[in-house]
Design a protein around this ligand. Structure first.
Ligand code: DC
Length: 219
């Protein structure tokens, strides 16, 4: 059985940066679970589906096809033979991904995909419910937390690099709104998984967080 390292936490807590660094340093595959919910949202918006209509979203998402391809040390997602890239990182997707990811049928599809990934090798998966729902039996489960102002600062800088110019206050409002939906939804809410190691990253460098995870995971 392949090793599965789970990293959960709210938006901007450093999950993605940390998981990528763990993948690179430890030679395991990086898996971005949020990108799968973003792909569902992107396809739904493109098809004109109302993302607030759970039944319509559930019906539409059943037909979304994604191919999983190992590229370097990550599992890449291809839709119609192409990676979506930053098309799934727009403010419009940010505003619609939480309601889409709250739909139980969508979660069942994505969870099924994520549970297939260890066939590709050892993985580090980042998300919201990885250690609580997708891989509750993994011995390597981490929850990253961080002060909301610091999260907004990090995310604003990251988004600006992609050409999405917003103030820190706008970014903070958007990520707090997502946190609220993500942690209050009925199916697989964002929470600290029982038995997971909680790390507050507010005052830690990426290297320090990666060290803590690598040490605890024994990779
Ligand atoms: O990590 P991210 O910002 O790319 O995630 C996008 C959205 O997907 C976020 O609002 C919560 C949701 N998500 C989820 O519900 N479960 C996961 N395992 C990963 C992401």
């Amino acid at each position: 059985m392949h090793k599965v390292i789970c990293i959960d936490g709210p938006s901007g807590s450093g999950k993605s940066t940390t998981a990528r660094a763990v993948a690179e340093r430890e030679g395991v595959l990086f898996v971005d679970s949020g990108a799968l919910y973003r792909i569902m949202t992107w396809r739904a918006l493109e098809a004109g589906v109302d993302c607030r209509d759970a039944a319509a979203v559930a019906a539409f998402c059943k037909g979304v096809k994604v191919d999983f391809v190992v590229k370097g040390n990550r599992v890449a997602y291809e839709v119609d033979g192409e990676e979506p890239g930053d098309r799934i990182r727009t403010p419009e997707i940010n505003a619609n991904v939480s309601p889409v990811s709250a739909v139980p049928e969508v979660r069942a599809i994505v969870t099924g995909w994520l549970r297939e990934m260890p066939k590709l090798g050892d993985i580090v998966v980042e998300g919201r419910d990885i250690g609580s729902v997708v891989y509750p039996d993994s011995p390597y489960r981490f929850y990253l937390d961080c002060d909301p102002d610091e999260r907004a600062r990090r995310r604003q800088k990251e988004d600006a690099g992609k050409g999405f110019v917003q103030t820190e206050a706008q970014v903070k409002a958007s990520l707090l709104a997502r946190d609220k939906i993500d942690s209050s939804r009925k199916t697989a809410p964002l929470k600290v998984p029982e038995g997971a190691i909680r790390i507050d990253t507010t005052h830690l460098s990426v290297a320090e967080v990666v060290d803590a995870i690598a040490k605890a995971a024994g990779v």
